[in-house]
Write a protein that binds this ligand. Structure first.
Ligand code: NAD
Length: 273
């Protein structure tokens, strides 16, 4: 865990900042029950990326191992559908009362908006946004609809024909309709970044004078380049992660503990658990 002088140093950076970018990865949502990808209990251990992180890999899995695909879809949709913002999301939203904040997130779970953050750039897209094959916006799904889908997907894993059951269940999110193929706006390996979020995020990272990086392993590119771009333009960098950190200040520990403590230390704003 962090020591008090490190927290005081981070709080001073936050209190004196003009424009803050909070850059988040899977770790910020870990305490909401959504597994990260690379930790010991991480997602990629069970579902290797070479098989599950590209549309091509997913189609092959559908053809050859349909039950495995049903398990994978349930493992992605289930925890995100059931998740609620945690103390870290709420602390990030509360920062807006004292300083200009833009959230740049790699997550697709919609939890920053639900916690009340007003400017959120979802650079890897959103599981709730449905687009056409060409990427044109079609409609948004609610968390309630996704939760309903997750419950049915749970049963699809045990069905006689798991692929047919899974495809029928996910049709509001992924399938073929009157207007052709529709799919969630999520960025898989080999896809372009989600626009306009990515271009806006790059600009905002160049403009900010403080970046707070939360729960990012820093190995997913090009997202991992954003802190470097911010630093190259003179921004300070705070990292919050229990396992690894860098920048000007590293606050080791879980985001749901560290972020409320940082907001309280910087602005005297006490956060409820
Ligand atoms: P990652 O899984 O590669 O790394 C997660 C990082 O979070 C690690 O550095 C880990 O030490 C840290 N961490 C774990 N628990 C934490 C906690 N309680 N508080 C703070 N930090 C914690 O995740 P990544 O770097 O974000 O990259 C994986 C990609 O997968 C992302 O691009 C993202 O799009 C996607 N993803 C999204 C979600 C989601 O939407 N919630 C979940 C998993 C993965």
């Amino acid at each position: 865990m962090y020591d008090p002088s490190t927290m005081a140093q981070a709080a001073r950076l936050l209190r004196t900042a003009r424009e803050v970018v909070v850059f988040t990865g899977a770790g910020v949502s870990a305490e909401s029950g959504i597994p990260t990808f690379r930790d010991d209990q991480g997602f990629w251990r069970e579902f290797p990326p070479e098989q599950f992180a590209s549309w091509r890999g997913l189609v092959q899995t559908a053809l050859w191992r349909p039950r495995r695909l049903a398990e994978f879809v349930y493992a992605v949709v289930g925890p995100i559908a059931a998740a609620q913002p945690n103390a870290a999301h709420r602390a990030i939203a509360a920062m807006e009362q004292d300083v200009a904040v833009t959230v740049v997130t790699q997550n697709i779970d919609g939890l920053h908006q639900q916690a009340g953050s007003t400017i959120v750039r979802e650079i890897h897209g959103s599981l709730f946004e449905v687009v056409s094959q060409q990427g044109k916006f079609l409609h948004l799904l609610s968390r309630r609809e996704l939760l309903h889908m997750a419950k049915k997907l749970n049963r699809a894993r045990e069905a006689w024909f798991p692929l047919a059951h899974t495809l029928a269940t996910v049709r509001p999110l992924l399938g073929v309709g009157r207007r052709g193929i529709h799919r969630p706006k999520i960025v898989l390996f080999g896809d372009a970044m989600a626009e306009p979020a990515w271009s806006l995020a790059q600009e905002e990272c160049r403009q900010c004078d403080l970046m707070i990086q939360v729960g990012c392993s820093g190995v997913v590119w090009p997202a991992a380049g954003l802190p470097l771009e911010a630093q190259a333009q003179g921004a300070k960098l705070i990292t919050i992660d229990p396992h690894e950190g860098g920048g000007d200040v590293w606050l080791p520990g879980p985001a749901g503990v560290i972020l409320p403590a940082l907001v309280e230390s910087a602005f005297g704003r006490r956060m409820e658990g």
